[in-house]
Design a protein around this ligand. Structure first.
Ligand SMILES: C[S@@+](CC[C@H](N)C(=O)[O-])C[C@H]1O[C@@H](n2cnc3c(N)ncnc32)[C@H](O)[C@@H]1O
Length: 230
């Protein structure tokens, strides 16, 4: 087998996201419709002013300004990610705005936080990367506890007539956005796995929250769920 010179045959997710952090940051902040999706996430999360909100898999913290706007000056945004490179970009942007922020290097499936310190949590475009997203969402619900808010934003193939023709392009988008070697290690299409993981995560949120809401956006590719943990 020939290993390409510039592109390793496989990269771990933290290596992949650390290497591509600056490029990812541009897409995360300026990509088409992404701002609307982020607004929909925070609208659905609807955190109380002054709350502490944790974002799992925060990447370059593109959601931070949206969350902070909802929280007001007394609130706190905490970002958790296991890729040091994205956290570096997130801290630089925060520092340029006067506050590097609270950004923690850790695993979203084993939250490195004290439960009593968290009022709400969210994950954006991360459920598809978790081997057991339902377990992770249950862990986040335990972290915020009864009365805490939880919200998810994800992308998956659409079922909407008129948009389904774009599913093959979406499949390529998911493949291109996955660390090299992902399709081989999964043994199946990354988009199919992402669909299943996203569905499992949103189902787990519905099971944890009696008042769960769910909506689709962006032609049915965007999924937003939110609720109050029972
Ligand atoms: C597609 S990016 C989304 C970033 C950000 N939430 C956004 O909206 O732009 C997924 C991020 O999740 C992080 N991630 C994936 N699995 C993780 C895990 N188990 N623990 C912590 N971070 C994780 C990756 O490092 C990456 O930064």
């Amino acid at each position: 087998m020939v290993t390409p010179l510039l592109q390793p045959a496989s990269l771990s997710a933290p290596e992949f996201y650390s290497r591509l952090a600056r490029l990812y940051d541009v897409l995360a902040r300026r990509g088409p419709v992404v701002g609307r999706l982020r607004e929909a996430l925070v609208d659905a999360l609807d955190p109380a002013p002054g709350a502490t909100v944790v974002e799992f898999g925060c990447g370059t913290a593109a959601n931070r300004p949206y969350v902070e706007r909802a929280l007001g000056p007394e609130g706190a945004y905490v970002g958790v990610d296991f890729s040091p490179g994205v956290l570096r970009v997130a801290r630089e942007r925060g520092a340029a705005r006067g506050d590097p922020g609270r950004l923690v290097c850790g695993d979203a499936t084993r939250p490195p936080l004290r439960a009593e310190a968290v009022d709400a949590c969210c994950g954006a475009f991360v459920a598809g990367m978790l081997a057991d997203p339902a377990a992770a969402v249950r862990g986040w619900a335990d972290l915020v506890g009864p009365g805490g808010r939880i919200a998810l934003l994800d992308l998956a193939r659409t079922a909407r007539a008129g948009w389904r023709a774009l599913n093959p392009a979406f499949r390529l988008f998911v493949r291109g956005g996955s660390p090299p070697g992902t399709a081989q290690s999964l043994g199946r299409s990354p988009a199919a796995v992402q669909d299943e993981r996203v569905a499992a995560a949103h189902r787990a949120l519905r099971e944890a929250c009696a008042d769960a809401t769910y909506r689709t956006l962006a032609g049915g590719f965007g999924r937003v769920s939110a609720g109050t943990v029972e």
